[in-house]
Design a protein around this ligand. Structure first.
Ligand code: GAL
Length: 432
């Protein structure tokens, strides 16, 4: 396994060095990208990492509404390829520090956004909230995650779920696995059965998808309270329960297939019947389900099915994408026009069914959220909550970087004790 990951890391580095901004196939010709081109005054530069199949569809749907409502503004898609924003966020830092912010950028509600706020990089949007009466339509708990000292700093467009086990029903059947495993132990047993049949038990993507898997195994093993407690000051990362969770992570990772370039090719292995399981956020639903011009056009329950990640039923491991108004935005008015669309019922109801997420607004049209998204809406209103690590809720960006470094080291050595110590040190250095 070590060799495979060394090769994958080399690919990731190459990607990083040649950071490519990509307009998701719908950037007007001659315009681009990542901010390299000087924006004309009508341009509204919107920075995200939604370029790939599935996620770009959601952005395109919201962009369409923006363009219809603002014929004199031009949407400049400054999206930077790479799932989970690993490359985008690095470039964003350079732009912010260089005083060249985009007009609006995507940031995760929670600790990640708090970092931008505390660094003084964002404008206070409280007056926009008052004007549009947004406090009435967003859940109070969510508004808290994007506020400091009572001021609100972003517009959440969705709620995503991190803890989804995607699986191929036919591959499970062939391996004699009766249904989605409900516990970590059942999961490990199921992975073994699939392996015996010669299929890939668990598909995996680039390195960040391993951290994504890790947060899911930690939640499934420690339970909601135990998991949430890890992100409080003074948490005990050296506890034997954490060792047990990390040992399970090691066992589960031993069933992983060859690392794919990003989350889409890993998810596709499940939809194509090459792999049995993939643990990924529900953006995978958009990718599986959207018609073939953006997604895979697969049939739910036949080509792919879903369940809460093993051991996590009853808990929503959540995250939320939100858009900001950075200080120094060149087109402040244009950015506000974009934020109004992002905040609107119409914008959210166009975006989310394509994105594979449920709306952040409480008053969205429930009839639009069917199939997987119907389950998600139901669970969001009844489940306990835990915050995603990889997607910015539970840990700050520096803390996440430290965790990702430990996961990278783990992939080389597969040393659970070293991983636990590294994670404990990362928590000591970064918890506030
Ligand atoms: C998350 C983001 C999602 C989705 C995913 C994969 O961090 O919140 O919207 O884009 O990455 O790229």
């Amino acid at each position: 396994m070590r060799r495979r990951w060394l090769a994958a890391v080399a690919i990731t580095m190459a990607g990083l060095l040649g950071v490519t901004a990509c307009g998701g196939g719908n950037t007007p010709a001659g315009q681009a990208t990542g901010g390299a081109t000087k924006a004309a005054s009508s341009d509204v530069e919107v920075f995200s990492w939604w370029t790939g199949p599935g996620e770009a569809d959601g952005l395109a749907a919201m962009r369409k509404i923006f363009e219809t409502q603002n014929p004199n503004l031009k949407f400049l898609d400054a999206a930077v390829a790479g799932g989970s924003g690993d490359k985008a966020k690095a470039l964003l830092q350079t732009k912010l520090q260089g005083g060249e912010p985009p007009d609006s950028f995507q940031g995760h509600a929670g600790a990640e956004l708090q970092g931008y706020i505390k660094a003084g990089q964002l404008e206070d949007l409280t007056s926009l909230y008052d004007e549009l009466k947004l406090k009435d339509v967003f859940p109070a708990q969510l508004v808290e995650q994007i506020s400091v000292d009572g001021k609100i700093y972003s517009v959440p467009v969705n709620i995503h779920r991190s803890n989804v086990l995607w699986f191929n029903p036919a591959v499970l059947k062939e391996a004699g696995v009766a249904g989605a495993p409900k516990t970590i132990e059942e999961f490990i047993a199921a992975l073994g059965k699939v392996k015996a049949k010669g299929k890939i038990p668990l598909s995996i993507g680039s390195e960040w998808t391993v951290t994504h898997l890790l947060e899911n195994v930690m939640l499934g093993s420690l339970g909601t309270d135990g998991y949430n407690a890890l992100f409080q000051p003074g948490a005990n990362w050296a506890a034997p329960e954490v060792t047990k969770a990390l040992e399970s992570f090691k066992t589960i990772m031993s069933f992983a297939g060859d690392p794919q370039d990003d989350w889409q090719p890993a998810a596709k292995q499940v939809a194509d019947g090459q792999a049995a399981f993939n643990i990924m956020g529900d953006w995978a639903y958009g990718y599986f389900h959207n018609p073939p011009d953006g997604g895979l056009g697969k049939t739910s329950k036949t080509d792919f099915d879903w369940a809460p990640a093993p051991g996590t039923e009853g808990t929503y491991l959540w995250l939320s994408d939100s858009f900001t108004l950075p200080k120094g935005a060149k087109n402040r008015e244009g950015a506000l026009a974009w934020l109004k669309v992002a905040a609107s019922k119409e914008g959210q109801d166009a975006f989310n069914p394509k994105k594979g997420s449920i709306p952040a607004r409480k008053d969205a049209d429930a009839a639009l959220y069917t199939d997987y998204l119907g389950d998600a809406l139901k669970d969001w209103s009844g489940n306990k909550l835990a915050g995603s690590v990889q997607h910015g809720v539970a840990v700050s960006q520096p803390w996440l970087t430290a965790i990702n470094e430990q996961v990278g080291l783990y992939l080389g050595k597969q040393d659970v004790a070293a991983l636990q110590k590294g994670l404990a040190d990362a928590a000591t250095a970064n918890a506030q």
